[in-house]
Design a protein around this ligand. Structure first.
Ligand code: XCC
Length: 652
C-alpha cells in the first residue's frame, strides 16, 4: 500500500516552512487493541481504511483547517491568507470573519437537518402506527410504552394525560410534535416550551434565539449563508444558536417517540468490541442511527423461523451486533452487542466474518462497499436518502418493515455458505458493558426522586457531573481522548454520563461495568456501590443527548438554580461530524461549558474564536473550551466544577 512521505502544508508553504507528516503505527492510530490488530490485518490484505486515507490526505488544506476557504458560490473557491500577504477578502468581498462564521452556521444547519430528518421519520412512523391501531389494522409498529406516552403527554400539558385512552393521547402528541416541524408563525417550539426550564427560556427570549420550527431554522440558516445575505459574524452565530436549539428539540422528539415505539431503555448487559463477531454464526452488523429497521432485524433474527433457516446453512445461530448509534439503540433496548464505534465500521468488514452490514443513515462510510466487495459480505442500504454505489438497496418503508427485515436476514443467511473461513480473522477482544441508563431508570434506581443524587452532589461525594459525547476522528488516536478523559474524571469523583461513539469507546474500555467502580475516587465509589451502577453511564445514541439535558434540567430544578450554576461540563474529545457541532452549540446555549479535543475550523477569525470561547459566556452563561491534551482538559473541567460548587456554597 502506498505510504505517505514528507509533504508540504499549504499554510506552511506561505510561511516558507516545510512540514513532514510521519506515518503512524497502528498503536498511534488507535488505543483500541482490536483496531490495532485489524489495521495490521487490513494492511496484509491490501485493504485501505479511514486510517490510511487520513494519512494519504496529508497535508490537509491549511486554509480549510482555519475555516478560511469558501466555495459557497461559483465566483470561488476563495481563500483568505491568514498572514495578511495574499487576499484578505473573497471575490464577493466576504472577510475572514464572515467566511468562518458562515461555515460554523453551515455545520450547525447540517447537523440540525440530520437529526430533524431522523426525528421526522420516527414521527411519520409513529403517526401511521397510531392510525392503524385506531382502525384495528395490522402494522409493523405499535405503541410499546404506554407509560412513557402518558409521561410525554403530561409534560406537553395535554389534559387528562393519565386517564385518556392511549390512542387519543398518541394522536394529540403527534399533532403537537408535528407542529414543531411545520409552524409558520413566530410561536416557539412546543417541545421547548414544555421541556425547558423557565430560567433558560428567559435567556433564549432575551437573546431572540427561541426556535420557531425545526424546518424553518435550518432553512433560514442556508439562506443566511448564501452569497450576499448575512455578512455579520455575530448575527450568523446568533442564528447558529437558534438553529442548534431547534436541533436539540428535534433530538428530544426522536428520543421520546422512539421510547414510545420501542420501549424506554432499561439496564442491560452485553459485550463490546469486534470480538463479539462469531466464527460459527451468521453475523449481521446494523449501522447508522435510526432504529426503525434495526429493531425489526433484531426481533426477527431471534425468531424460530430465521434460526432454523440459519441452521439449514450450517450456522449455529444468528448474531446481530451494531456499529455507531444504531448499535447504541439496539443495545439499550435489546442487549445487542456493540461491534464498535465510527472507526470500527470498515474493520468489522475486514474480519471477513460479516455476512451483511445493514445501514440506515449518518456516519456510514461510502468505502464500505469496496471492503464488502473484497469478501462475501453484502452491504445493504435501506434508506431512500442514503444510497451507496456498490451496495444492495432494499428500501425500508414503515408498512413493509417486517418484509424488509426478512429480506435482509435471508440475504445474510444465504451468504453464510459463501464465507471463506481461511480469510476470517476475528480479534479476540471484547469487554462487558452495562447500558440503558435512561433518566427514568436513573430515577427509579434513586427510589423515584432525584434527592439522593442531589444530596450526593451537595455533600461532594459526587464532585460534579460530566457528559462526554461525540465521535471518533482519525486526526487523533481512536478512543484515546474518550478513555483518558473519562478515567481522569471518575478518579476525581466526577460521575461521567454520555452517548454516541464515546459511549462505545467507554464500553470497549471496560468503563461501563461494576468492576470499573474500583477506578473511581473513594467518595464517588461509595455512591456507585450503593446504587450498583458503573462510574460511566451509557445514556444512549447521539439523539439521546436529549436525555442528558433532561437530567440537567431536573437537577437544576431540584437545586432551584439555572443550568450554568451547576457543577457540570460537557465534552466531545474526538468531535467529527456536523451533528457534533450542533449538539455542542445547543449544550452551550443551555449553559453547559463544552470542551472539544479537536480544534474546529474557526481559528482563521480571531473575533469568531473569541466569541465562541469567551464572549458567548456573557450571553448564555457558557462557552467552548478547546484542549487537545486530556490531562489539561480534566484540570480545566475540575477547576470549573470546583468554582461552581463554591458559588453554590457547597463543600469542596
Ligand atoms: Fe456519528 Fe452517532 Fe459522531 Fe459517532 S458520535 S461519529 S455523529 S455515530 Ni454521535
Amino acid at each position: 500500500m502506498p505510504r505517505v512521505g514528507p509533504r508540504f502544508c499549504t499554510v506552511s508553504l506561505l510561511r516558507g516552512e516545510t512540514v513532514a507528516f510521519p506515518i503512524r503505527k497502528p498503536e498511534e492510530k488507535t488505543v483500541d487493541k482490536a483496531a490495532q490488530l485489524m489495521i495490521r490485518r487490513a494492511e496484509e490484505l491490501g485493504i485501505e481504511t479511514v486510517y490510511h486515507r487520513y494519512e494519504r490526505m496529508q497535508p490537509q488544506c491549511g486554509f480549510g483547517l482555519l475555516g478560511l476557504c469558501c466555495w459557497l458560490c461559483m465566483m470561488g473557491p476563495c481563500r483568505i491568507d491568514p498572514f495578511g500577504v495574499g487576499p484578505s477578502k473573497g471575490v464577493c468581498g466576504a472577510n475572514s470573519d464572515t467566511m468562518v462564521a458562515r461555515r460554523v452556521l453551515l455545520h450547525i444547519a447540517n447537523g440540525e437537518a440530520a437529526h430533524g430528518e431522523h426525528a421526522f421519520h420516527v414521527l411519520e412512523t409513529f403517526k401511521t402506527a397510531v392510525e392503524h391501531s385506531s382502525k384495528n389494522l395490522p402494522f409493523p409498529y405499535r405503541i410499546a410504552d404506554e407509560k412513557k406516552l402518558r409521561a410525554i403527554a403530561r409534560k406537553l400539558g395535554i389534559p387528562d394525560a393519565d386517564t385518556r385512552p392511549v390512542l387519543d393521547l398518541a394522536i394529540e402528541v403527534a399533532k403537537i410534535v408535528e407542529e414543531d416541524f411545520v409552524r409558520t408563525t413566530e410561536e416557539p417550539l412546543n417541545l421547548l416550551k414544555a421541556y425547558s426550564i423557565e430560567k433558560r427560556k428567559r435567556t433564549f427570549e432575551r437573546l431572540g434565539i427561541v426556535p420557531r420550527s425545526i424546518w424553518r431554522e435550518g432553512f433560514e440558516s442556508l439562506h443566511r449563508i448564501h452569497v450576499g445575505v448575512d455578512a455579520d459574524y455575530r448575527s450568523l452565530l446568533i442564528h447558529g444558536l437558534r438553529t442548534a436549539l431547534a436541533d436539540c428539540y428535534a433530538m428530544a422528539a426522536a428520543t421520546e417517540l422512539q421510547d414510545v415505539l420501542f420501549g424506554t431503555p432499561r439496564p442491560v448487559e452485553s459485550y463490546a468490541n469486534l470480538g463479539v463477531l462469531k466464527q460459527d454464526e451468521v453475523n449481521i452488523v446494523v449501522h447508522g442511527h435510526n432504529p426503525l429497521l434495526s429493531m425489526k432485524v433484531v426481533e426477527l433474527a431471534r425468531s424460530e423461523e430465521m434460526l432454523s433457516l440459519a441452521k439449514s446453512v450450517g450456522a449455529k445461530g444468528i448474531n446481530v451486533c451494531g456499529i455507531c448509534c444504531t448499535a447504541n439503540e439496539v443495545l439499550m433496548r435489546m442487549g445487542v452487542p456493540l461491534a464498535g464505534n465510527l472507526l470500527h465500521q470498515e474493520l468489522a468488514l475486514a474480519t471477513g466474518a460479516v455476512e451483511a452490514m445493514v445501514v440506515d443513515y449518518q456516519c456510514v462510510m461510502p468505502s464500505l462497499a469496496d471492503i464488502a466487495g473484497c469478501f462475501h459480505t453484502k452491504l445493504i442500504t435501506t434508506m431512500p436518502v442514503a444510497r451507496i454505489p456498490g451496495a444492495v438497496h432494499i428500501e425500508w418503508k414503515a408498512e413493509r418493515a417486517d418484509e424488509v427485515a426478512r429480506e435482509v436476514l435471508r440475504l445474510a443467511i444465504e451468504g453464510f455458505r459463501a464465507r471463506n473461513r481461511e480469510r476470517v480473522f476475528i480479534p479476540d477482544v471484547k469487554s462487558k458493558v452495562i447500558a440503558g441508563f435512561s433518566v427514568e431508570v436513573i430515577l427509579e434506581a434513586l427510589g423515584g426522586t432525584l434527592a439522593p443524587l442531589v444530596e450526593a452532589v451537595k455533600r461532594g461525594d459526587i464532585r460534579g457531573i460530566v457528559g462526554i459525547v461525540g465521535c471518533n476522528n482519525p486526526k487523533v488516536p481512536q478512543d484515546r481522548g474518550h478513555v483518558e478523559l473519562a478515567r481522569e474524571l471518575i478518579s476525581n469523583d466526577v460521575l461521567v454520563v454520555g452517548t454516541g461513539c464515546w459511549a462505545i469507546a467507554a464500553a470497549k474500555a471496560g468503563l461501563m461495568t461494576l468492576e470499573a467502580q474500583s477506578m473511581a475516587g473513594m467518595r464517588l465509589r461509595k455512591v456507585l456501590e450503593v446504587l450498583k451502577i458503573p462510574p460511566c453511564l451509557h445514556m444512549g445514541s447521539c439523539v439521546d443527548n436529549s436525555r442528558i439535558l433532561a437530567a440537567l434540567n431536573a437537577i437544576a430544578d431540584a437545586l432551584g438554580v439555572d443550568i450554568p450554576d451547576l457543577p457540570v461540563f460537557g465534552s466531545a474529545p474526538e468531535a467529527m461530524s456536523s451533528k457534533a457541532v450542533s449538539i455542542g452549540t445547543w449544550f452551550v446555549a443551555h449553559g453547559v461549558n463544552v470542551h472539544l479535543g479537536v480544534v474546529p475550523p474557526v481559528l482563521g477569525s480571531e473575533v469568531v474564536t473569541k466569541l465562541l470561547t469567551e464572549d458567548i459566556a456573557g450571553l448564555v452563561g457558557a462557552r467552548f473550551v478547546v484542549e487537545p491534551d486530556m490531562k489539561k482538559a480534566a484540570e480545566i473541567i475540575l477547576e470549573h466544577i470546583d468554582q461552581k460548587r463554591k458559588a453554590l456554597g457547597l463543600p469542596a
